[in-house]
Each structure stands twice: as structure tokens, then as C-alpha cells.
Design a protein around this ligand. Structure first.
Ligand SMILES: NC(=O)c1ccc[n+]([C@@H]2O[C@H](COP(=O)([O-])OP(=O)(O)OC[C@H]3O[C@@H](n4cnc5c(N)ncnc54)[C@H](OP(=O)(O)O)[C@@H]3O)[C@@H](O)[C@H]2O)c1
Length: 291
């Protein structure tokens, strides 16, 4: 595979917490926020229909509608396939996964409407569905690409055999895999998942790259802070540099919406760490010596 990343940004902006940030809930204020990110060169925004029970996509769409000049500048990822209990119409009212065409086709159309964009640049199946009929799902996803509704399709949280079963039924190529990967969750580097992502030519996106904030806690947090001082860097910048050192250069999907934290991460975006520091951080993260 090529070593150049598909996502040529230092990180993507995750929208999972947007519905919790009331200060950004007016279209005008959110449009200002989006425009400031675009001016920083940060143009990938990561959504999912379940974020805030569709509120994340709707707030974003309202901001683009308020300032239409932004719509042509943003690139969006969104995901579907998780049905929350409140949206399950069965008597069970149960959270479940649905990769059937009857679920996915309207899910894509609805996301386009909520986000107010002509095309979903990347559409991801949010979770592997044990009941997936690969041929039916593949045909729905191929058709969405053919219709121009979706730029590219990928997966999230899939195991290799799960995405390979889907890929073998598709005409178009799966482009990306969004997986949980960070100092707080380094397992994919040791169980073959990350290597399979790269071997199959999928572009990796790392969700919760700061472990949802947990990398700043306990022993790992203290080590990050100490090493950050030695590097004249920030703890958060060092945690992303640890990811950036990996082959395939996973693009972190960060969660903070606070401008000063985003600025800090951007300042650190060119920061590299050496091999010994990478392993020192791994030891602290796993709480065990490298064997
Ligand atoms: N595909 C999937 O299944 C999946 C699952 C989960 C998430 N995601 C995606 O990944 C994105 C990021 O997830 P995440 O929010 O868990 O990511 P994260 O970047 O690992 O964590 C963000 C959290 O860390 C906190 N934090 C504390 N100190 C920080 C600092 N110095 N710099 C930055 N953040 C700091 C933030 O607090 P403040 O908000 O107060 O700044 C926020 O609560 C989501 O928005 C979503 O797009 C995908």
C-alpha cells in the first residue's frame, strides 16, 4: 500500500460531544467555530447518526445552512448501523445493529439531509453486524457510491474477516477503517488488527486517540507530563505523536471542541518522538515492561 495518508490533516474533528456543548448550539456560533477550524486547515469532521440521537448532524447542518459558503469546504465522515433502544420499533426496544439495505439506504439519505451536504465524503458502517447479508449490504453501498451520495465507504470496529466478507461482495473498494487506538488502547498493535488494516490497504482513523481523556490520568498521565516537559511539548501533543509514529499514520479523530485545546494539538502536529520514547510510553500505558 501507499504510505501517504488519505486524510491529509493532522487530525479530524470528532462531533460525538457537540450535542453536549451548548455554547456551540446556535447556527451562527457553530458556523464561526467551523470556519475557524477550516481556516486552520482542519476540514474533516467525524459524525455518526447516534451522536446526540442525530442532534450532532442536525446542529452541524443548521450551521452550514446559516453560512452556505462552508458547505463546499468541509469534508464529512458519518456512520450508521447502530439502532438505539429508543429507535427500535420492536417490542424489545433493544439496542442492535442493522446493516440491511432497508435500514442503510434511508439512513444515508437522512444523514445527507441533516448535514445539508450533497455527498457524504466517507460513509462508515459503525459496527459489524452478525446478521449482515454481505451481498445485500454491498449492493446498497455500491449503489450509494454510484449515485454520488457517498464518496467512499469504510468500516468501523470491524475484525479483518468481517470487512473481508463485505469487501468480497463489493465492486467498490473499502477505503477506511475507524478503530479504537491510543496509548489507552494499544491492543490493535499486538493482536494483528492494525497490521491487517494496513495490509488490506485501508486508511486507519484512530477514534478516542486520547482515550477519551484517560491518557492524562494516573501513571500514564504523570509519564506523559514528565516526557512532555523534556520535549517542550504538551501531554496531548505527545500522545498524538505516539500515534503518528506508527506505519500508515493513523489520523486521530479527536473529541475536544475547545479551541485552546485544538490549537495546542495543532501546534504539536509536527512533533515527532524517537523509538525509545515510543516504547517508554507504551510501557507506562500497559503497566508492564516490554518483554
Ligand atoms: N467509531 C466509533 O465507534 C467511535 C467511538 C467513539 C468515538 N468516536 C469518534 O472519536 C471522536 C473522539 O472521541 P473522544 O472524545 O473519546 O476522543 P479523545 O480526543 O480521546 O478524548 C476527548 C476527551 O478528552 C478530554 N481532554 C482532557 N484534556 C484534554 C486535552 N488536553 N486535549 C484534548 N482533549 C482533552 C476532552 O475534554 P473536553 O471536551 O473538556 O476538552 C474530551 O472529554 C468522537 O467525537 C467520535 O467522532 C468514534
Amino acid at each position: 500500500m501507499s504510505d501517504s495518508p488519505v486524510f491529509d490533516v493532522p487530525f479530524m474533528l470528532g462531533m460525538m460531544r457537540l450535542h453536549e456543548r451548548e455554547a456551540l448550539h446556535t447556527p451562527e456560533r457553530l458556523a464561526d467555530w467551523i470556519e475557524a477550524r477550516l481556516d486552520q486547515g482542519l476540514y474533516w469532521f467525524d459524525h455518526a447518526d447516534i451522536y446526540g440521537n442525530r442532534q450532532g448532524e442536525s446542529l452541524f447542518g443548521a450551521a452550514l445552512k446559516r453560512r452556505p459558503s462552508l458547505a463546499g469546504r468541509v469534508s464529512v465522515v458519518t456512520k450508521a448501523g447502530i439502532v438505539t433502544p429508543g429507535r427500535d420499533t420492536s417490542p424489545h426496544g433493544i439496542k442492535h445493529y442493522d446493516s440491511s439495505p432497508t435500514y442503510l439506504i434511508p439512513a444515508i439519505d437522512d444523514a445527507l439531509l441533516r448535514l445539508g451536504v450533497d455527498r457524504l465524503d466517507h460513509f462508515l458502517l459503525h459496527r459489524p453486524d452478525p446478521l449482515m447479508n454481505a451481498e445485500a449490504t454491498a449492493s446498497a453501498l455500491d449503489a450509494a457510491i454510484d449515485a454520488g451520495k457517498v464518496g467512499a465507504v469504510g468500516v468501523s470496529n470491524f475484525l479483518p474477516e468481517q470487512w473481508r466478507r463485505l469487501q468480497s461482495a463489493m465492486r467498490h473498494t473499502l477505503v477506511a477503517h475507524q478503530l479504537q487506538l491510543s496509548l489507552a488502547h494499544p491492543e490493535p498493535l499486538f493482536d494483528g488488527l492494525y497490521d491487517a488494516v494496513l495490509s488490506d490497504g485501508l486508511s486507519p482513523m484512530a477514534w478516542s486517540p486520547l482515550g477519551g481523556g484517560t491518557v492524562f490520568e494516573d501513571v500514564l498521565g504523570a509519564s506523559l507530563s514528565r516526557l512532555a516537559q523534556a520535549y517542550s511539548a504538551s501531554s496531548s501533543g505527545l500522545a498524538l505523536a505516539w500515534l503518528r509514529a506508527l506505519p500508515g499514520h493513523p489520523v486521530p479523530v479527536i473529541g475536544t471542541l475547545k479551541e485552546e485545546r485544538i490549537d495546542e494539538l495543532l501546534t504539536a502536529a509536527r512533533h515527532d518522538i524517537d523509538r525509545a520514547t515510543w516504547f517508554a510510553l507504551l510501557e507506562e500505558a500497559r503497566g508492564q515492561r516490554v518483554a
